[in-house]
Structures are given as structure tokens and as C-alpha cells.
Design a protein around this ligand. Structure first.
Ligand code: SAM
Ligand code: SF4
Length: 333
């Protein structure tokens, strides 16, 4: 049982860490093409990130996910994985994992597996190389496919994350399901969340409720409801024909906050207690004020005591402004 329990009796056992806000892609729903990133001086060092994660583990966090931005483009990121893998060895941590766009997996899959990483989430919205280019702007499809092959060869379990985008990839969902079946990957569909100004197309145009995705899939596949939970907010079904799972993350049409067990740390030491709320706690100051972790522990406990009951994402149909001003790459998906 975690030492960190919020006011609604939810034990906080899962920390997601955005290790960088930078990325080698510019996905249309996530970033604008001309993003301004945090100045390097405001970014925690890898040693500081390791110390912060260590404090959370000591206080009861059992699962760590590194994300971003693109976690694997941060320089020397493997040093952080090395440091954190010690908590797996000691038994204090159940899982160390990451969410990645896959561009660097060919380089790192073996090393990650060697450090005790068992699963990776890889974000791919389309299997059409031209569409892939249009969605990611800067991504290279073949590079990502190479990364996936390397992950498989290294024995990593792969889950594909696909954002459902109206008029963009909604003709490909069946193909994604059969491809994941062939490859032995699970698949999770994500609804577009109204976070950060991304320029160009509006969220209202991109938004596709997953209830519609599910209904469309059910025309072709036998979807069986299952109890499986991955520790995240997705609800899962099993596809009888492929034997693989499909998850649906539906922040807009289904409220999953009652079972929320997670908090999110940014690469500048800000802790967000809820993805859909602005309230945040500064952990950088207590971290740097003393080498002893007492101040840090107090700040973490105080932050958890403010964790809100839930979010109130809404795609605002009258205005195109995002419901939450920061981009997903700041807090990590
Ligand atoms: N770069 C890595 C990646 O793409 O997997 C990790 C960070 S990315 C912010 C994490 C996840 O958030 C990805 O699966 C991405 O598709 C998703 N994402 C980004 N912006 C989103 C948005 N506005 N709505 C829904 N999902 C979003
Ligand atoms: Fe980068 Fe991931 Fe955002 Fe795409 S979704 S721009 S890969 S951080």
C-alpha cells in the first residue's frame, strides 16, 4: 500500500515523468510546427530526475513511465534508465516503462530490455507512410518500423497507441487491428484531448468519439468485454479473431477519474496532480534547497493532498481555444 493517499482515498502508485519537452516529430494534434521549448537551464538534470523518482518510489510509487516530448531523444537518457532500474532490482518498483514515438528504438531496445523494461508503448496513428508523414510532419515511417522490429527482437511487449482522428485515420482502424493481431501487439485508441494550441486544424474537426470507433470495429470484429486493466485509464476488449486486446482511452466521453492512481512530473520539476487541471506543485525548489529529501517528501505529500477529484475536459465548440493551455508534450501523454 502506498504511503501516498489522496483526499479521495486513491493510493498514488504510478508516476509518469516527462523527461524532456522536446521531440524529433511535430504531430499535428500535439505540437505546432514552430514550438518554443523550455530553456535548457530550466530542465532538471538526469541526476535530479533520478533523485525525484527515487523519492516517489520511497513514498510508495510502484510504477514509473518515462515519456515526453520524446524520451529517447534526451541526451544520455540511458543513464536515467540505468539509475532507475536499481529500484526494479531491489523490488521497490514493479514496472519501469516508457511511451515513445519509436524513432530511436532500433538504437535502444536491447539496452532497455537488459535493464528490466518489459513493455513499451509506441505511438503510431497510421500504417500509410504518406499519412504518417502528414500527421507527424517530421517523422520517418521506416525508421519507426525498424524500431518496432528491434523492440520485438529484444523481447519487449509492444502496445500501439493510436489517436483517432476524424477524416485522417478513420478508414484504417480495421487495418490497424489486423496488423496488431499479426504482429502480436496490443492496441489502444485515444481520443484527441484539447491541450495546447497546435495551430492549423481545430480540435473540433479532429475529434472522433471512441464510442463511434468501437461501433465501427464491432461491424467487422468480435469484441469481448474483459476485466483486464493495465494500471492506466484504458478500458479493454479482446478481439476474438486476433486474440489481442484493444484499449479505449476516452477522457471526453467516459470519466475514469474515480480510479486514478497517477500523478505527472514535468522535466522542470513541476508536479501535475491531474492531466486535465492547471493546479501544480513546484518540486524543483525543495529538491534544490537541500541534499536531504525531507523537504521534498513534505512537498510531495502536500501536493498529493491537493489532488483533485477529476478533470473537466470539454471540446469547446464555440471557441477553438484549448481547455488546458499546456501541450501534451509538457506533462507527457
Ligand atoms: N513522444 C512520445 C509518443 O509520441 O509516444 C511520448 C509523448 S506523447 C505526448 C504521448 C501520447 O500522447 C502519444 O500517444 C500521443 O499520440 C498522445 N497525444 C499527444 N497529444 C495528444 C492530444 N492532444 N490528444 C490525445 N493524445 C495526444
Ligand atoms: Fe512528439 Fe509524441 Fe507529441 Fe508526436 S505525440 S509530437 S512524437 S511528443
Amino acid at each position: 500500500m502506498s504511503n501516498l493517499v489522496d483526499p479521495f482515498a486513491r493510493a498514488i502508485t504510478y508516476l509518469r515523468v516527462s523527461v524532456t519537452d522536446r521531440c524529433d516529430f511535430r504531430c499535428v494534434y500535439c505540437m505546432s510546427e514552430d514550438m518554443t521549448f523550455l530553456p535548457k537551464a530550466e530542465i532538471l538534470s538526469l541526476e535530479e530526475l533520478e533523485r525525484l523518482c527515487g523519492a516517489f518510489v520511497r513514498l510508495g510509487v510502484r510504477k514509473l513511465r518515462l515519456t515526453g516530448g520524446e524520451p529517447l531523444v534526451r541526451r544520455n537518457i540511458m543513464n536515467l534508465f540505468h539509475g532507475l532500474s536499481r529500484h526494479l532490482e531491489s523490488g521497490d518498483l514493479d514496472e519501469l516503462t516508457l511511451t515513445t514515438n519509436g524513432s530511436q528504438l532500433a538504437k535502444y531496445a536491447d539496452e532497455l530490455a537488459g535493464l528490466g523494461v518489459r513493455r513499451v508503448n509506441v505511438s503510431i496513428d497510421t500504417l500509410d507512410p504518406h499519412k504518417f508523414q502528414a500527421i507527424t510532419r517530421w517523422g520517418k515511417f521506416d525508421q519507426v518500423m525498424g524500431g518496432l522490429a528491434a523492440a520485438k527482437a529484444a523481447g519487449l511487449a509492444v502496445k500501439i497507441n493510436a489517436v483517432a482522428l476524424r477524416g485522417v485515420n478513420d478508414d484504417e482502424f480495421d487495418h490497424l487491428v489486423s496488423w496488431c493481431g499479426d504482429e502480436g501487439f496490443d492496441l489502444t485508441f485515444i481520443e484527441v484531448m484539447p491541450m495546447g494550441d497546435v495551430g492549423g486544424e481545430t480540435r473540433v474537426e479532429q475529434y472522433l468519439p471512441l464510442s463511434m470507433v468501437r461501433a465501427k470495429l464491432a461491424e467487422r470484429w468480435t469484441l469481448e468485454d474483459i476485466d483486464y486493466r493495465s494500471g492506466g485509464p484504458a478500458r479493454y476488449v479482446q478481439v476474438r479473431e486476433t486474440g489481442r486486446r484493444i484499449g479505449f482511452i476516452t477522457p471526453l466521453t467516459h470519466n475514469f477519474c474515480e480510479s486514478c492512481n497517477r500523478v505527472r512530473l514535468t522535466c522542470s520539476g513541476t508536479l501535475y496532480m491531474c492531466l486535465g487541471q492547471e493546479d501544480a506543485a513546484d518540486l524543483l525548489t525543495p529538491l534544490r534547497m537541500s541534499d536531504d529529501d525531507a523537504l521534498l517528501d513534505t512537498a510531495i505529500r502536500e501536493a498529493i493532498s491537493r489532488k483533485p477529484k477529476g478533470h473537466d475536459f470539454v471540446i469547446d465548440r464555440r471557441h477553438s481555444r484549448p481547455a488546458v493551455g499546456r501541450h501534451m508534450s509538457v506533462t507527457g501523454g
